[in-house]
Design a protein around this ligand. Structure first.
Ligand code: COA
Length: 188
């Protein structure tokens, strides 16, 4: 059996994609949380390009400022099963946040997450809500854990994750990176 069919077998059979949801943020701005689609390619590229160097470094652990074509294709053509991706769309159509997970081929009971919120939209509750939605969906999909590698200087992300019930796991990459994980069923 191929790795892909092994993953398909292990994931819950018929989990609905995450339903679009309008979210009112602190300060009165509103966003639409919805699954990413291939039509989002330009908006996704613009979102990444507009992130500050600090946010890009925290998200990608590099200074990457433009998604190469293959990565852009991968980010916007997702099956919402092995690769689940949500974006937050502002009222003007811009993407202002992106949260996703990819099931680990070597251990399909777990998936690795990543998230970024546009700098002007941070500290309004968007990151927390997106992570909570992603973790709830991963639980419904039958995953046992969602994990991610967070720079230890990234206090905000570590506080957010702890607040949602995540725990620290040992990580071999040195003291500058922490592996944080939701053991699913415990996330908000
Ligand atoms: C980390 C990130 C995703 C958080 O998203 P956000 O929308 O800014 O976070 P929220 O507004 O939901 O806040 C989440 C928690 O962080 C904490 N927080 C917010 N601002 C903070 C700050 N400046 N310093 C420390 N903690 C802070 C709060 O305790 C908040 O918890 P609360 O909801 O109980 O108050 C966002 O800042 C970001 O995209 N950063 C750059 C990329 C990144 O770091 N990605 C994560 C690596 S995978």
């Amino acid at each position: 059996m191929s790795t892909t069919s092994t993953i398909k077998t292990l994931l819950a059979p018929a989990v609905e994609t995450i339903a679009p949801e309008t979210l009112a943020l602190a300060g009165g701005r509103r966003v639409l949380l919805r699954p990413v689609t291939p039509a989002d390619a330009m908006a996704e590229q613009a979102f990444v390009g507009a992130l500050s160097l600090e946010s890009r470094h925290k998200r990608f652990h590099t200074g990457l400022h433009r998604l190469p074509p293959d990565l852009l294709q991968r980010f916007t053509n997702v099956d919402q099963r092995e690769h689940v991706a949500l974006v937050a769309e502002a009222e003007d159509g811009h993407i202002v946040a992106d949260a996703r997970y990819v099931v680990n081929e070597a251990n399909p009971s777990e998936a690795e997450f990543a998230i970024a919120v546009a700098d002007d939209w941070q500290s309004l509750g968007l990151g927390r809500t997106l992570m909570a939605r992603l973790a709830a969906h991963a639980g419904r999909a039958g995953l046992a854990a969602l994990y991610g590698d967070v720079l230890t200087v990234n206090r905000r992300m570590l506080v957010l994750m702890r607040g949602l019930g995540a725990t620290l796991r040992p990580h071999g990459q040195g003291p500058h990176i922490a592996r944080v994980a939701f053991e699913l069923g415990q996330a908000a």
